[in-house]
Design a protein around this ligand. Structure first.
Ligand code: AMP
Ligand code: GLY
Length: 430
């Protein structure tokens, strides 16, 4: 079958790499893709948010399966439009995508269903913010309702900062995304992410991941899109995974189906493991980046039958449950993100990256490209904030991490930065 992948980051490179290993895959097309994805299959210069252009491309190519990587086109209804034209699409429609595109929608749905999450208040009014903060203790959590490129969440250490941030957001710091705020109770605990593949009825839970959102070692410095990840995360025991499936994934996925909007894709559940059990921090409606790189490396199974079953729907429960037979034995995997100096702020593009072949030759290692280009000499150059995801698998997590760093150390790119402590929570003694 022929498969069209929409997106251009490390996540989509990993999806293309994994899909290409399937005996079912014939041609893989990417839009817009990247120079690295072009080595897997032809790329078309149509942006991931160009809904009309993507419709035209799909009509021209007639793919048997379309996999949508990023959230923005999902929130914009790309999956609905393509499904209406008869295509099989992995990715939820706009209504399901509201779980990520509107934090208020997600909180209201969870409240209605009794899904465990932080207490909250939605508001457009600064006085309400002041009252909410006064009635709670530090730290204070405030979130822009809409998509804000991963920057719309502030954890304020004191009430003064909280009120200033609320004022800035309500005055348009994130444009329309911050016109409404969600104020939340602070949840203490360790974070983990759980990814559930679903056709809207059936569910398959992938190995739990932990990502490292802060730029610097020891979880210090500014928040980023993610500087590394690993799976399986031992903090998510099989018992906790069952609790997450029963108390979070099942009610949310069932409610969307009952409302006439079956969710067909991957549901990303961001969790806080609190003393009272796992609670939802956020939902995303796509694979995480770089969690996807780790999951694709870790899974021994062919992913295409599972993606296709989610996209087409209607598979009997017993067959759906057998789509990933080796899931229980998924190998430990870890990844280290190499970012441009200056990220997540401003950074320069164009510096040459050497040593990628040597890095890829390390046993168990795959280097996924998140933001690279090729110069006139055919050398890889940096072309984004997050540039590479060096991913490794092994028999143990410790060995996977050590292989990833062995490969990182073979990459010659003085303008790059990375963390040295990926998976520290899982590897910490005791
Ligand atoms: P989000 O974009 O919603 O995942 O939030 C970004 C980060 O803020 C999360 O990964 C958490 O570390 C933190 N966070 C968000 N909401 C809460 C909360 N209610 N309590 C504690 N930490 C939170
Ligand atoms: N790594 C976090 C995310 O993809 O949202």
């Amino acid at each position: 079958m022929n498969i069209l992948i929409i997106g251009s980051g490390g996540r989509e490179h990993a999806l293309a790499w994994k899909i290409a290993q399937s005996p079912l895959a014939e041609v893989i097309w990417c839009a817009p893709g990247s120079p690295a994805m072009d080595q897997i299959g032809p790329c078309f210069d149509v942006a991931a948010d160009d809904v009309k252009g993507l419709h035209d491309l799909a009509l021209q190519l007639e793919p048997d399966l379309i996999v949508i990587g990023p959230e923005a086109p999902l929130a914009g209804g790309l999956a609905d439009g393509l499904r209406a034209r008869g295509f099989d699409v992995f990715g939820p429609g706009a209504e399901g995508a509201r779980l990520e595109a509107s934090k208020g929608f997600a909180k209201d749905l969870m409240a209605r269903l009794g899904v465990p999450t932080a207490a909250y208040r939605k508001t457009r009014d600064l006085t309400v913010c002041r009252d909410f903060f006064t009635g709670n203790s530090a730290p204070y959590v405030l979130k822009a309702d809409g998509l804000a490129g991963g920057k719309g969440v502030v954890i304020a250490p004191d009430i003064h900062t909280a009120i200033n941030e609320a004022e800035a957001m309500l005055s348009g710091k994130f444009g329309g995304a911050g016109a409404e705020l969600v104020l939340e109770e602070f949840m203490p605990g360790e974070e983990a992410s759980v990814f559930v593949l679903t056709d809207g009825v059936n569910r398959l839970t992938l190995p739990a991941c932990q990502d490292h959102k802060r730029l610097l070692d020891g979880d210090e410095g500014p928040n980023t899109g993610g500087m590394g990840a690993y799976a399986p995360a031992p903090v998510m025991t099989p018992e906790l995974l069952k609790v997450v499936d029963e108390t979070i994934a099942a009610p949310v996925i069932d409610a969307l189906a009952q409302a006439g909007h079956p969710y067909q894709g991957v549901l990303y559940i961001g969790l806080m493991i609190t003393p009272e059990g796992p609670k939802v921090v956020e939902f995303n409606v796509r694979f995480g980046d770089p969690e996807c790189q780790v999951l694709m490396a870790s899974l021994a199974d062919d992913i295409v039958p599972a993606l296709l079953a989610c996209a087409t729907g209607g598979m009997p429960a017993r067959d759906f449950a057998r789509l990933l037979p080796q899931l229980e034995a998924a190998r430990p995997a870890a990844c280290v993100v190499l970012a441009s100096k200056g990220y997540p702020g401003t950074y320069e593009k164009g510096s040459v990256i050497k040593g990628l072949n040597a890095a890829s030759a390390v046993e168990g290692v795959t280097v996924f490209h998140a933001g690279t280009g090729l110069n006139a000499e055919g050398e890889w150059i940096a072309a984004g904030g997050r540039v590479l995801t060096v991913t490794a698998t092994a028999d143990t997590l410790e060995q996977a991490v050590s292989r990833a760093y062995e490969a990182v150390d073979l990459i010659d790119w003085p303008q790059g930065v990375h963390r040295r402590d990926i998976a520290w929570r899982a590897l910490a003694p005791g």
